[in-house]
Ligand binder design. Structure first.
Ligand code: AMP
Ligand code: GLY
Length: 419
């Protein structure tokens, strides 16, 4: 199979690497890609937001499958343009991607499908915001309705900060606060068949001990040995299948990856958010352990034949991924710093350095080009070994001003996560 991955972040590097190691795939292309993806795919220059250009490139290359990584092109309808050109495409239509593109739409789908989620008010005026904040009380959860690259949400006990965030957003969704550990559970679907992946956990806050602002994700690991035994079955039955069915009923069938962000609260499991694409950096950890064919799953979802593809199979052991972020991330990341130690980290047994915000400068050196620069992903026979290898890799990477969390998967390793 010949594949084309659209995007140029860590998620796309992890997907392209898994495809390049898939015996059923003989050719991997990516656009626009990044210097890491260049190591496992042929790169092409294309604007990922331009559906006509993406479909044109896919036609020119004669690929069997296009995989669209990020949310923005999905919401913009790039998958529709690829399918209109007669090429199989992994990723939902622009309309179906509204499950991520509008939090208010997602809430409506969940209400109709009776999916457990936080109580919420959709607010268009500051008076509505004030009433909703006072109805729920602190801590306040205020979410921008639209796409905000993981930075549209604040959780705060400061009422003025909640109001200020809402004032800068337009339409917002105010929610009840959910406590308890968070889980990311992804499912591959063709709109009928729903195949869950194994659960992962992401670390959203910028600093150790969940301090600092929300980010796109500072690290992840899988599997979750502390999670309830029936978690995957329960989420599949009460969240994933009813949501996919409701999207079909609405006339916006969802195919691609449905990402359920969940909180395991004292009152039961609740959906925190849906996304319409693979999560980043959870995908880096998941791809490191996927044993069965990624292309079979993605092609099955894209062509409505997922019923013929078996459940994904996983290697034993654990995977841990630790993100290195630029100075100033998430507020205003600095760019252009030199990166060294990548080859040395890659040489560690079980380690892959996954590039996100990297570039090659005029002198041919690898430099930073985004907030989340790269992620060191390691597999091990258990969480202890995977963590040790990931942090061994992190220690070799040198970037001025960069920061990373030192506690990725630490509580899971120590067995101190409380349900
Ligand atoms: P979202 O973009 O909706 O996933 O929100 C980003 C992060 O904000 C989540 O991963 C949670 O850590 C936090 N968050 C979102 N909604 C809630 C909620 N209702 N209660 C507590 N924390 C939340
Ligand atoms: N890991 C969070 C996200 O991909 O949205």
């Amino acid at each position: 199979m010949k594949t084309l991955v659209i995007g140029g972040g860590g998620r796309e590097h992890a997907l392209a690497l898994a495809l390049s190691r898939d015996p059923q795939v003989d050719d991997v292309h990516a656009a626009p890609g990044n210097p890491g993806i260049a190591g496992c795919a042929t790169l092409h220059e294309v604007d990922p937001m331009d559906g006509t250009a993406v479909a044109g490139l896919a036609t020119e290359l004669g690929v069997d499958l296009v995989v669209i990584g990020p949310e923005a092109p999905l919401v913009a309808g790039v998958a529709d343009a690829v399918r209109a050109a007669g090429i199989a495409c992994f990723g939902p239509s622009g309309k179906a991607a509204q499950i991520e593109g509008s939090k208010a739409f997602a809430k409506q789908v969940m209400a109709t499908a009776e999916v457990p989620t936080a109580l919420a008010h959709v607010c268009d005026t500051i008076e509505e915001v004030e009433a909703a904040l006072d109805a729920f009380g602190a801590p306040y959860v205020v979410k921008d309705d639209g796409l905000a690259a993981g930075k549209g949400v604040i959780v705060t006990s400061d009422r003025q900060a909640a109001l200020d965030h809402a004032a800068g957003c337009g339409r917002v969704v105010i929610e009840e606060f959910l406590d308890g550990p968070e889980v990311s559970l992804f499912a591959i679907t063709d709109g009928e068949t729903v195949l869950p992946l194994q659960p992962a956990q992401d670390f959203k806050r910028a600093y150790d001990d969940d301090a600092g602002p929300n980010t796109g994700g500072m690290g992840a690991y899988t599997p979750l040995l502390w999670a309830p035994q029936d978690l995957v079955a329960d989420v599949t039955r009460r969240v994933l299948k009813p949501t996919v069915a409701e999207m079909g009923r609405l006339g916006t069938p969802f195919s691609g990856l449905l990402y359920a962000g969940l909180a395991l609260t004292g009152r039961g499991m609740r959906v925190v958010e849906f996304n319409a694409r693979f999560g980043d950096p959870e995908t880096q950890a998941l791809m490191a352990l996927l044993e069965s064919s990624l292309s079979a799953l993605l092609h099955g979802a894209a062509t409505g034949t997922l019923g013929e593809v078996g459940l994904p199979q996983w290697r034993k052991g654990s995977a841990v991924t630790v993100v290195v972020a630029a100075e100033g991330y998430p507020e205003s990341p600095r760019k252009g710093d030199r990166i060294t130690g990548v080859a040395e980290a890659n040489a560690i047994d079980g380690v892959d350095v996954i590039h996100a915000g990297t570039a090659i400068d005029a002198d041919g050196d690898l430099v930073t080009a985004g907030g989340r620069i790269l992620a060191v992903t390691a597999v091990g026979s258990d969480l202890t070994e995977a963590r040790a290898r990931a942090y061994e890799g992190i220690a070799l990477i040198k970037i001025d001003g960069a920061h990373h969390r030192t506690d990725i998967a630490a509580k899971a390793e120590q067995g101190t996560i409380e349900l």
